[in-house]
Design a protein around this ligand. Structure first.
Ligand code: PAF
Length: 284
């Protein structure tokens, strides 16, 4: 496994692979890897010849009062996991390498996809995401890029960007990986103390209960929102940011449940803000 810390090194390595006719899979990450990230790596390994993983805690996607400084990092462990998984190339640039002095060009996606859900409580977040992902796409020129479905809004925003800016890359969204008790894996779970870790299971419990209610015939989005809100509100330390029932593709709010739908939640448990979602297809 090779590592590249500079844009030049990355470009060299990628160019060589391309000349040999290899297909390239990109897995963008912010490090502190877990089984969710590794499921993306495994899928990339199966589907492409050269697997590139980027590790970069992207300052541009954190708000001024968010956890950029505290965001967990463990380079050594990450590299060991990636080596073990058979990754070919790891790109781990410094902040100065990605945002050199005088950096002034951002990719800004307008419209409802970036304004709803997390966009409402994290202004500027998706501008940071689209900017760094566009830069990575330009640098690596991947045939396929892999993202986790836990960040479903991020996937929708990136798909829109790929269409709008004509990036020649296939976006592959991979299923959420969960702990045995349902908690969706996230690097931010590391902030939870043992009591909060228990409380955090309320997100998936509420979502699974909502799914069961829909399977039993409930078709009113308002009833589903209320069910999920009530379950989460029953946990004293949980502070709801949003509970939304939306169309899974364009993220517009629904009144009646029909077609591909998503129930998405963001909840603060102690310090961390956790997100989770389930998607399902609902018939009449
Ligand atoms: O999902 C993430 O970890 C980040 O938002 C990404 C896609 C690596 C961009 O920094």
């Amino acid at each position: 496994m090779r590592t590249a810390k500079t844009v030049d090194r990355l470009r060299q390595a990628v160019r060589a692979a391309r000349q040999e006719g290899k297909t390239i899979g990109l897995v963008p990450t912010m490090g502190f890897l877990h089984a969710g990230h590794m499921s993306l790596v495994d899928r990339a390994r199966r589907e492409t010849d050269l697997v590139v993983v980027s590790i970069f805690v992207n300052p541009a996607q954190f708000g001024p009062s968010e956890d950029f400084e505290a965001y967990p990092r463990d380079e050594e462990r990450d590299l060991a996991m990636l080596e073990e998984a058979g990754v070919d190339l790891v790109f781990m640039p410094s902040a100065e390498e990605m945002y050199p002095e005088g950096f002034a060009t951002y990719v800004l996606q307008e419209g409802s996809l970036t304004e709803t859900l997390c966009g409402r409580s994290r202004p500027g977040h998706f501008r940071g995401v689209t900017t760094i992902v566009a830069k990575l796409f330009n640098l690596v020129g991947p045939d396929r890029a892999y993202f986790g479905q836990k960040d479903a809004q991020q996937v929708a925003v990136i798909r829109r960007m790929v269409k709008d800016l004509n990036f020649d890359v296939r976006i592959v969204a991979c299923p959420i990986v969960r702990e045995d008790d349902g908690l969706a894996l996230s690097s931010r779970n590391t902030y939870l103390d043992s009591r909060q870790r228990q409380d955090a299971t309320v997100l998936s419990r509420a979502l699974f209960e909502a799914r069961a209610a829909i399977e039993a015939g409930q078709r009113r989005a308002a009833a589903i929102r209320e069910l999920v809100r009530n379950r989460i509100a029953a946990v004293a330390d949980a502070r709801i940011d949003y509970v939304e029932v939306v169309d899974a593709d364009d993220l517009t709010p629904l009144e009646k449940l029909q077609g591909r739908i998503m129930i998405a939640v963001a909840v603060r448990i102690g310090k961390p803000r956790l997100i989770d979602n389930i998607q399902m297809t609902v018939d009449r």
